[in-house]
Ligand binder design. Structure first.
Ligand SMILES: Cc1cc2nc3c(=O)[nH]c(=O)nc-3n(C[C@H](O)[C@H](O)[C@H](O)COP(=O)(O)O)c2cc1C
Length: 176
């Protein structure tokens, strides 16, 4: 049996220390291409992916993103086109578009890992400031950033050193 996917899931870790080496354009394209294979609610295309590689723009993104602990050499900003969400008749409180941000993020992180890059999700940032910096059209809001780069050999400790729980600890089996 081929365990390549399971191996990738188990070996991916957030990289918070990245080198200055730029991300190759081909690597970026491969990662971006993976996003369209992520499952999404209603099979709608409600997400837009904004690519940032210019150092001055990356610096500006970092300035409004306290959760961005890395100094990435590239970033993909996952945005939701809320105007489209409205047009498609999704109820305002529908969780679908947010869940889709998660499936896209997981897919992008695994794709980055597959091409040998370090990556990390960031949700702690100012949506308003980032939308302005990126010149996003009205109705399109940034919801999550994927920082990208080449992982440094030494990584800071994980956010909370609590170890990985046993899978049984997270599960409730069906009850009869
Ligand atoms: C929705 C979401 C938001 C996150 N936001 C941040 C963030 O702002 N900054 C950060 O350094 N890591 C962020 N992370 C990464 C988590 O801290 C990380 O996945 C967790 O510590 C487990 O580490 P691992 O993925 O290497 O196993 C986020 C992860 C998720 C799923």
């Amino acid at each position: 049996m081929n365990h390549a996917v399971l191996d990738a899931i188990r070996s991916r870790r957030v990289a918070r220390a990245l080198t200055d080496e730029p991300v190759e354009h081909d690597q970026l394209r491969t990662i971006l291409d993976s996003a369209r294979y992520a499952p999404h609610a209603g099979n709608r295309r409600l997400h837009r992916y904004v690519v940032v590689t210019r150092p001055s723009l990356l610096r500006a993104v970092r300035m409004v993103s306290p959760g961005m602990l890395q100094r990435p050499t590239a970033a993909i900003v996952v945005c939701v086109d809320w105007a489209q969400v409205h047009n498609y008749g999704f109820p305002p409180a529908s969780p679908g578009p947010y869940i889709d941000v998660g499936t896209a993020a997981a897919t992008l992180l695994l794709a980055a890992h597959s091409v040998g890059l370090g990556a990390g999700p960031v949700t702690s940032f100012s949506r308003t400031a980032l939308a302005t910096i990126l010149k996003l059209p009205a109705g399109v809001r940034p919801e999550l950033i994927i920082s990208l780069g080449h992982a440094a050999n030494e990584q800071p400790p994980a956010m909370r050193r609590q170890g990985r729980p046993r899978w049984e600890a997270l599960i409730q089996w069906e009850r009869g």
